[in-house]
Design a protein around this ligand. Structure first.
Ligand code: MSP
Length: 522
């Protein structure tokens, strides 16, 4: 077991609407990594939460004719319900409207920037996109509109506090280039450095506004010592990553033990906030920087980023109800690239579900367990593998071994587990999932090659060895699926059932499933 700590965060989700499949991707990707790190024994803290302030929320609440607090409470309740349905194993859900946990942290960070001499008052004049909750330049517009939200930005002229982002440009560039602040995929580093330069033409940045004047509805964290201003929503929101650990609100035990974050997961649309603004805040406050920003692509629908404002969203609930949460998690883990954009269609989902879950995994589990029950009453002994001919055929089984602290006494196929761990340790969850399905393929091939259903009539001992090998393989599959498909992993592990594990013997006490793991969809 390792002694390492692992702190992973998702962005906090705008509490203006229900979460769709795009948000679900961020959540599931992070959850898989959190569960993996728990599995290998890391002291893990997994944070997610809701971003509840800003104009976007106030306007959405007004539209519904209710106050912003009641409005966000309703949406957050739905968010938390979805998290449960998806099996998200977060240790905490932070809300930016939480005055006890979050506000003191946001204010402490503000004070730290102020003490560093990095905050000054000025007038902001320019364009603002409410969808992005960000100032936007003429250059970024496409046909006069924000390309992400397809809406015209608003002209704004107001008194604001500014943050000296420009002061930190060169240091951020150095940190990005040296990899001290790692961005995955690496190609994003150049993109951010180019952006950094383009903002001023030099290697430094312009300064940014970090407050907004308080409006008719005061909705946000008040700027310390100036109640006429509220913190700019990104400044408020980014501080959640440390306020959640008690920064500013308690003795900061948890903060000291978990910060800096090991991985901060985010979509590419919000990289600039996390790769420029956030590091600059932390540098200014003299706090350590996160180790890695893991940036994923967009889930598209009809060729455009799935988003509420474009009205092209697919709901995760639909897939969970029709298939299962593990089927959805499987799709997000294996069938999409964590880096590229991808398009989701109901047809593709069904196709993949039938091929890889109903047929692939589900079929193998049912077949194997039925044979074990029918021929051996479910009790399959490891010493059957001593049959020399089969033993050589089971070339891949070696004993004993202990891989990456998982305490698995045997290794099946010399390199499956190491490859799985290698991919998981660098967040390549789709490649790790491919390795699991590679093993499933080997096991299918094993049935084809040895035909235990025939062998049992001529050489029962040999048939037992084959089925033992299959059960052994399925046990490995179950272990590897723990982070991605926790329900399925548990089910397989229970069905395969190990009653005795010795140095050179493992007895399975298995039972056939009463119904298929994944029912085929026509
Ligand atoms: N509230 C900000 C984040 C503040 S973090 C200090 C925000 N919220 S969001 O609800 O709009 O997005 C949350 C996450 O969901 C982001 O990582 C975003 O990239 C992701 N996604 C939202 N739509 C998406 C897709 N269509 N596809 C993939 N991920 C997308 O931004």
């Amino acid at each position: 077991m390792s002694e390492k700590k692992f702190y992973i965060t998702t962005p906090i989700f705008y509490a203006n609407a229900e979460l769709h499949l795009g948000h679900t991707y961020t959540l599931v990707l992070s959850d898989i990594l959190a569960r993996y790190h728990r599995l290998i024994g890391d002291r893990t803290f997994f944070l997610t939460g809701s971003d509840e302030h800003g104009d976007k929320i106030v306007r959405a609440a007004q539209k519904e004719g209710i106050g912003p607090q009641a409005f966000v409470n309703g949406n957050v309740a739905k968010m938390q319900e979805l998290l449960k349905e998806l099996g998200i194993s977060n240790d905490l859900f932070i809300r930016t409207s939480d005055r006890e946990l979050h506000w003191p942290g946001a204010k402490k960070l503000w004070h730290a920037l102020e003490s560093a001499g990095d905050i000054y008052k000025g007038t902001y004049k320019g364009l603002y996109c409410v969808g992005c909750e960000a100032f936007i330049t003429e250059k970024e517009l496409v046909n006069g509109k924000c390309p992400l939200h397809d809406t015209e930005p608003e002209h704004i002229e107001e008194e604001n506090y500014f943050f000296k982002l420009s002061k930190y440009g060169p240091e951020i560039k150095r940190l990005l280039e040296s990899g001290e602040l790692k961005i995955t995929p690496h190609s994003k580093v150049n993109e951010i450095i180019a952006l950094l330069s383009s903002l001023t033409g030099e290697n430094s940045l312009g300064d940014v506004s970090i407050s907004r004047p308080e409006r008719a509805i005061p909705w946000g964290v008040p700027v310390p010592d100036d109640p006429t201003q509220l913190m700019y929503v990104w400044c408020d929101a980014l501080s959640n990553y440390i306020s959640a650990l008690g920064y500013g609100s308690d003795n900061e035990e948890k903060f000291k033990s978990f910060w800096p974050a090991d991985i901060q997961v985010l979509g590419k649309d919000i990289l600039r906030f996390h790769a420029l603004l956030w590091p600059a805040f932390l540098l200014s406050a003299k706090l350590p920087l996160p180790r890695e920003l893991l940036v994923h692509g967009f889930v598209n629908s009809g060729g455009k980023k799935m988003s509420k404002s474009l009205g092209n969203v697919l709901s995760p609930g639909e897939f969970i109800a029709l298939y299962s949460r593990d089927a959805l998690r499987y799709y997000l883990a294996r069938e999409v690239s964590p880096i590229e954009d991808w398009d989701l269609t109901r047809e593709k989902f069904k196709e993949v579900y039938n091929a890889n879950l109903a047929n692939g995994l589900g079929n193998l589990v049912s077949r194997t367990l039925k044979m074990a029950e029918q021929y051996f009453g479910g009790v399959v002994r490891g010493d059957a593998t001593h049959s020399p001919s089969i033993r050589t055929k089971l070339t891949t089984i070696e004993a004993p071994g202990d891989v990456a602290g998982l305490n698995i006494p045997y290794i099946i196929t010399n390199d499956i587990l190491p490859r799985y761990h290698k991919h998981m340790s660098v967040s390549e969850i789709n490649k790790a999932a491919d390795v699991v399905w590679e093993l499933i393929g080997h096991l299918d091939q094993f049935v084809t090659d040895y035909e235990p259903f025939k062998l049992v009539k001529t050489d029962k001992k040999a048939a037992e060895a084959v089925i033992w090998g299959l059960l052994y393989g399925l046990r490995e599959v179950g272990q590897m699926l723990v982070p991605m498909m926790p329900d399925t992993a548990e089910r397989i592990t229970l069905l395969v059932g190990v009653s005795l594990v010795g140095a050179d013997e493992m007895v399975f006490n298995s039972k056939a499933p009463s119904e298929p793991l994944f029912r085929r969809k026509e």
